[in-house]
Write a protein that binds this ligand. Structure first.
Ligand SMILES: Nc1ncnc2c1ncn2[C@@H]1O[C@H](COP(=O)(O)OP(=O)(O)O)[C@@H](O)[C@H]1O
Ligand SMILES: [Mg+2]
Length: 250
């Protein structure tokens, strides 16, 4: 692990407690994690395990109480909110369960906006948008408003939006969570296709079957990594722990 390029993502000792109405929620209780370029990593675990909190920390949408995060070997320790926002546009695409589309602008504008904000020319933003929408089977939908699309279509627009700036890292939090099984298969197929082309993906899901599309499955339980089964050429997958998810491939 000493040679070679820096991991796309490296986190050490991440801790996050939520203070709300009732007792504090110790959502993330000491997480170390490295993701190498080109990996497709799934983080799976039961509802309430802390998966979303972890993903929000990794995308800079929440600050950890302690611990550190490096992106492409660059420490994020001193990044302000504004710096995170700028860097997210370049380095991290994020897809959530409920689409995160801007409801009152067209599909085309939803996809082009992040490119324009990142400094692309209007022409470049448009070309990227056209390519991605075609790729995602959304030809002819560019003038639609998000509310006119099916759930699966909206989620594909969200994917286009997250990928338009070619981020080295894609973070996806239950990206098929609100879809029917057809929509779910569609999203998973698209994630696999982008992965095959070299996209690094960190997918959070409570569904172990979806996780089995990844080449490394991390079981997350009670704020901690309970099992990390990397499927590499050199090391056989570690099984057991609480996961057993690898047996669930269909
Ligand atoms: N904003 C918040 N305020 C208070 N508690 C929260 C907040 N977000 C999450 N939690 C709590 O933190 C724990 C982990 O939640 P979450 O990260 O959403 O888990 P998961 O995504 O695995 O379902 C849960 O107990 C949840 O209730
Ligand atoms: Mg969640």
């Amino acid at each position: 692990m000493s040679d070679g390029p820096a991991p796309v993502l490296h986190a050490e000792g991440l801790v996050k407690t939520h203070y709300g109405e009732g007792a504090p929620a110790h959502a993330v209780r000491g997480v170390d994690l490295s993701v190498t370029r080109g990996e497709f990593v799934a983080i799976t675990g039961p509802s309430g395990a802390g998966k979303s909190t972890l993903l929000h920390l990794l995308g800079g949408l929440l600050r950890p109480d302690s611990g550190r995060i490096e992106l492409d070997g660059v420490s994020t320790d001193n990044w302000s909110e504004a710096r995170w926002a700028v860097e997210r546009r370049k380095r991290i695409g994020i897809v959530f369960q409920f689409f995160n589309l801007v409801s009152n602008v067209s599909v085309a504008d939803n996809v082009e906006l992040p490119a324009l904000l990142a400094g692309a020319s209007p022409k470049k933003a448009r070309t990227e948008r056209e390519e991605l929408l075609a790729e995602l089977g959304l030809d002819g939908k560019e003038r639609s408003m998000p509310g006119e699309l099916s759930g699966g279509e909206q989620q594909r627009v969200a994917l286009a939006r997250a990928l338009v700036n070619h981020p080295p890292l894609l973070l996806a939090d239950e990206p098929a969570g609100s879809l029917d099984s057809k929509g779910t298969r569609e999203v998973m197929r698209l994630l696999s296709r982008f992965h095959q082309r070299g996209q690094t993906i960190l997918l959070v899901t409570h569904d172990a079957r979806l996780a089995s599309a990844a080449d490394r499955v991390i079981s997350f339980f009670d704020g901690r990594i309970a099992d990390d089964a990397a499927l590499t050429d050199t090391a056989p997958p570690r099984r057991g722990g609480i996961s057993g998810v690898l047996e669930l491939r269909d």
